[in-house]
Design a protein around this ligand. Structure first.
Ligand code: M6R
Length: 605
């Protein structure tokens, strides 16, 4: 999704800005651009192709400057065409880049048109550009502070003005922005990752902050217009670019990294201890009587899986909600409910807004399960549990999902223990099973050649159904999401018992029905559902645990999974579904790591 980089330096800064955009590319974008102050004027280059194309343009035109801003845009207002690409100018004096959405842009546009401002783009960003320009009287910092008072919605912006050649001003509300501190130079970015190689010292701006960067100084004012001190944090983890190695795509690499990612996420300790979730977790966990899980997409499905664990292991009532729905509906808050936000990026706008909403309703204890230690969500919650998936580049989430499941299982077992629902023997068994997971996953990954054979057939389909029951229904949902996201095949998932209540009407010989078949308490019920599909000529593709006795037959294609893995089985069963989606997408020749219309980190509502 949209990305920002900005810099004030004493050297030509264009290559730093372009490199920053490259580091943000994996998030998804459809145009990009850079502007610098050159010879006292703002000059820019923009492209509706890739950052590499922008790089060529700036080399050819010899675009150079010591103060600059740059952007990758994921279109919201206005098509991905050059006129809408950022930086956006106002009267050739001011340049701006913007992440987020301005909700009152129409009112502001009318007001600014009345003042003689001409609009060239269809973007809401141009409104901010002209608004700041209209308020400018020699002090860009002051003009931005005043302008932000008129903006409704979410934004992170970086602005420069021809009359202040050594200054970049930034502001944030609802979208992340971070200041990078250098020696005699300073930087701004929507993600610290963009500045790897330039600095490892960062100030994470807070909601409502406005900052001014000059060569030697960074000033921050808070939402009340008062000078604010923000902690400087050393973030060394933002190393170099992630290599693809022997893999064809990052998604494939990330699927195969799961044994390592899971082993890094499993706590070292031989016991489940609340302090794994933060210093105050023992007290907080003792005070709660239920859980409210908020998340989006794949992270939502990990929450749905966790509900089964939390209610069966910890016997604690658990509600799971799609963040973008929860934030806008009337709900009955329970201050004794622990709010859990789950997110790979920790920056998903809908989840952040849902968390804020829950906090505003009086929810006291909050926990984030997240893959990015410095993310907004981790900073906003009282408690946190970090997944150690490592950087996930592919838009389709894989290792982030399975590591979230590990984290949530540890949460269920910890609460179960605190509430006296698991014995010492059970605790030791869970720990042993967790530790054996990486090896079990390796045996599932070894099924890849069989899955490739199936994917050839899937690549010729336009629809698919996914079935699961109980704990594995969210896994069916996740399998369907993976397939549609990267192969563009329409896929739906159902709890297998729901089939006869409607979706069975879709079953013909042309409809592949992917079934997740663990050897659990619902196996016999699932076998009946399988027969319902076979009786209608449907083609079943079943991932069956070795001990299920489901075997190949007419209309019944089976890939044998390892022995049943008890409550942790969803973590194994999702992996062949990831591989099926991946290889089907490869056969169809789609852009696996950057599927159309999607972004890695969804920082707008
Ligand atoms: O970073 P988050 O986990 O908060 O992201 C939530 C969703 O946008 C994300 O899981 C999305 O559904 C993935 N592309 C799915 O593969």
């Amino acid at each position: 999704m949209c990305g920002i980089v900005g810099a004030v330096a004493q050297r030509n800064i264009v290559s730093v800005l372009i490199e920053g955009l490259r580091r943000l590319e994996y998030r998804g974008y459809d145009s990009c651009g850079v502007a610098v102050l050159a010879g006292g004027e703002p000059k820019r280059a923009r492209s509706v192709a890739r950052v590499a194309d922008l790089d060529e343009q700036v080399r050819e035109t010899r675009l150079e400057g010591v103060t600059g801003i740059a952007h990758t845009r994921w279109a919201t207002h206005g098509a991905p065409v050059t006129d809408n690409a950022h930086p956006i100018f106002s009267r050739n004096e001011l340049a701006i880049v913007h992440n987020g959405i301005i909700e009152n842009y129409e009112t502001l546009r009318d007001m600014l048109r009345g003042k003689g401002y001409e609009f060239i783009s269809q973007t809401d960003t141009e409104v901010i550009a002209h608004l700041i320009q209209s308020l400018y009287s020699g002090d860009l910092f002051a003009a931005v502070r005043e302008a932000t008072g008129h903006l409704h919605g979410a934004y992170a912006i970086a602005v420069l003005h021809k009359s202040q050649p050594d200054t970049v001003v930034g502001a944030r509300q609802g979208s992340p922005l971070v200041v990078g501190l250098g020696e005699g130079e300073n930087f701004l970015a929507s993600d610290a990752l963009a500045l790897a190689g330039s600095t490892d010292r960062f100030m994470f701006l807070e909601e409502g902050d406005v900052c001014e960067l000059t060569l030697e100084k960074v000033r921050v004012f808070d939402r009340d217009g008062k000078p604010a001190a923000r902690d400087v944090r050393q973030v060394a983890a933002y190393g170099g670019a992630v290599e693809l190695g022997p893999y064809r795509h990052f998604m494939q690499k990330e699927i195969f990294e799961q044994p390592r990612a899971i082993s890094d996420t499993i706590p070292q300790s031989d016991v489940f201890d609340a302090s794994l979730f933060g210093e105050t977790a023992p007290k907080a966990f003792a005070e709660i009587d239920s859980l409210l899980i908020l998340a989006c997409g794949t992270s939502y499905y990990s929450g749905l899986t966790a509900k089964y664990w939390l209610e069966s292991i910890a016997k604690i009532p658990t509600q799971v909600e799609i963040a973008s729905e929860y934030r806008y509906r009337d709900s009955v808050p329970n201050p004794k409910s622990l709010v859990v936000v789950i997110s790979q990026s920790g920056e998903t706008a809908d989840t952040i807004a849902a968390l804020k909403h829950a906090q505003s309703l009086g929810h006291k204890h909050t926990l984030s399960v997240c893959n990015v230690a410095t993310s907004a969500m981790v900073r906003m919650t009282e408690l946190s549990f970090l997944t150690h998936a490592g950087r996930e580049i592919g838009v389709a989430s894989t290792k982030a999902f399975t590591t979230q499941l590990v984290a949530l299982f540890v949460l269920a077992a910890t609460l179960g223990k605190m509430r006296g629902n698991i014995s010492a023997k059970q605790e030791a068994d869970y720990i042993r099973q967790l530790r054996h997971l990486p090896a079990a996953l390796n045996s599932v990954l070894a099924l890849e050649p069989q899955i490739i054979a199936w994917s050839e057939e899937f690549s010729r389909k336009e629809n698919a159904l996914f079935l699961g029951r109980g704990l594995h229904y969210p896994i069916a949902l996740e399998g369907a999401l993976k397939l549609k996201e990267i192969s563009y095949i329409h896929a739906e998932a159902y709890p297998a018992g729901e089939l006869k209540h409607g979706p069975l009407a879709l079953v013909t010989e042309a409809m592949p029905v992917v079934t997740v078949a663990p050897n659990d308490a619902l196996l016999e019920k699932l076998k009946s559902n399988i027969q319902e599909v076979r009786a209608r000529g449907g083609q079943l593709y079943v991932f069956a645990d070795a001990d299920t006795k489901i075997v190949n037959d007419e209309g019944l294609h089976v890939i044998r999974m390892p022995e049943h893995y008890g409550l942790l089985s969803p973590i194994l069963h999702v992996v062949p579904l990831q591989l099926l989606a991946y290889h089907t997408a490869c056969s169809r020749g789609t852009d696996v790591d950057k599927p159309r219309n999607l972004a890695k980190s969804v920082t707008v509502e």
